[in-house]
Design a protein around this ligand. Structure first.
Ligand SMILES: Nc1ncnc2c1ncn2[C@@H]1O[C@H](COP(=O)(O)OP(=O)(O)O)[C@@H](O)[C@H]1O
Ligand SMILES: [Mg+2]
Length: 349
């Protein structure tokens, strides 16, 4: 069955920079799917190659929290498309809005944190496989009706080191570029400073950690940490340290340890962030656990039990990923929230 006969397209369920997503029916397997297409008429050859790389990366990253890809192809008109599991539900962004506008109960925060953790698991897996997502934001995290969490939109993803078979097409498609026709790509509110400045070689797993930190900030407070509608405003916003999540919103429920973790992820220079999502996951769980144990915020040096391997600090293309789970332990990276108070983070030219 050719693609046009096989897939029946219905309404548009999403539209963004990277194509149009339709609700569709797979007649061969008799099930609902999501069909993402990049029209030949509105794209360059290079964009279509990148689109196919997006499909391949998502397909190769087989993980319960990464959108499964069922099919990929080109129509006779030259449109490129891929077919994925259709998630019926909402985005993390919609859930954050509902909870923080008061239309969801306190139990809603558990769901948000659980959804966030699902995204964290997905990105930890991608980092382990040598892939950075580079466009993490609440709109790219889908939450199904049964609580399943799926990270979508791998359109900016690329390999950051020789990886185990994932992303070979992407390497060719991007060749390291972070800009589309000279424009910085990604989503401003969640974008790491090195990405906003177009420092391609420095955009690695820690840039995803920044975006995850910004998402966690939004989960906890309902606000993004650094507001900006233009790149100029964003670059200026990096010079200011965001308010602690616990102080950003009156009545916000912020488990102890999360203030510090969130701001660590949002550190501008990058060297103090958890170096990748796997390590951030351990810190997240540790903060959650201390919340469950009813501990006070662990701000004194040494109280924080998450330890980061000494060799996991450097960033950039050449950095080998730390063993996961880490074997070696080093002193706590973040001694206290107060360390960030005086942290100068001037935007480097
Ligand atoms: N598999 C899917 N199931 C349901 N909705 C989806 C699916 N994939 C994407 N969407 C919806 O479409 C929107 C855009 O999809 P995305 O892949 O992020 O495209 P873009 O690259 O244009 O941002 C998402 O934010 C989401 O709301
Ligand atoms: Mg998107």
């Amino acid at each position: 069955m050719d693609a046009q006969a096989r897939y029946e397209l219905f309404d548009v369920i999403g539209r963004g920079g990277g194509g149009v997503v339709y609700r569709a029916r797979d007649r061969a397997l008799d099930r609902d799917v999501a069909y993402k297409v990049l029209r030949a008429a509105f794209s360059t050859e290079r964009e279509r190659v990148r689109f196919l790389a997006e499909a391949q990366i998502a397909a190769q990253l087989e993980h319960p929290n990464i959108i499964p890809v069922h099919d990929v192809g080109t129509t006779p008109d030259g449109d490129v498309f891929y077919v994925m599991k259709r998630v019926e539900g909402e985005t993390l962004g919609e859930r954050i809005k509902q909870y923080h506008s008061g239309s969801a109960d306190a139990g809603g925060l558990i769901g948000l944190l659980q959804a966030f953790r699902g995204a964290l698991l997905a990105v930890a897996f991608a980092h382990d496989r040598g892939i950075v997502h580079r466009d993490l934001k609440p709109a790219n995290v889908l939450i199904g009706l049964w609580g399943e969490v799926l990270v979508v939109d791998w359109g900016l993803a690329r390999p950051f080191r020789a990886s185990r078979g994932v992303g070979s097409t992407a390497r060719d498609a991007y060749g390291g570029a972070l800009t589309l026709d000279g424009e910085v790509v990604g989503s401003l509110k969640y974008m790491a400073p090195e990405q906003a400045r177009g420092e391609v070689d420095r955009v690695g797993p820690a840039a995803d950690v920044y975006a995850l930190g910004a998402m966690l900030y939004a989960v906890l407070t309902g606000h993004s940490p650094r507001k900006a509608s233009t790149l100029q405003e964003l670059l200026a916003a990096y010079t200011r340290r965001p308010a602690l999540p616990s102080r950003r919103k009156r009545g916000a429920i912020v488990p102890p340890g999360f203030d510090r973790l969130t701001l660590a992820c949002l550190e501008v220079g990058g060297d103090l962030r958890p170096p990748d999502a796997g390590i951030m996951l351990q810190m997240f769980d540790s903060a959650l656990m201390s919340g469950l144990k009813g501990e006070q915020g662990a701000t004194a040096s040494g109280e924080y039990s998450v330890e980061i391997p000494a060799d996991a600090r450097s960033s950039g293309e050449s950095r080998a990923l730390p063993p996961f789970p880490p074997r070696d332990a080093s002193p706590d990276l973040l001694t206290s929230v107060d360390d960030f108070e005086g942290l100068e983070d001037p935007v480097r030219a």
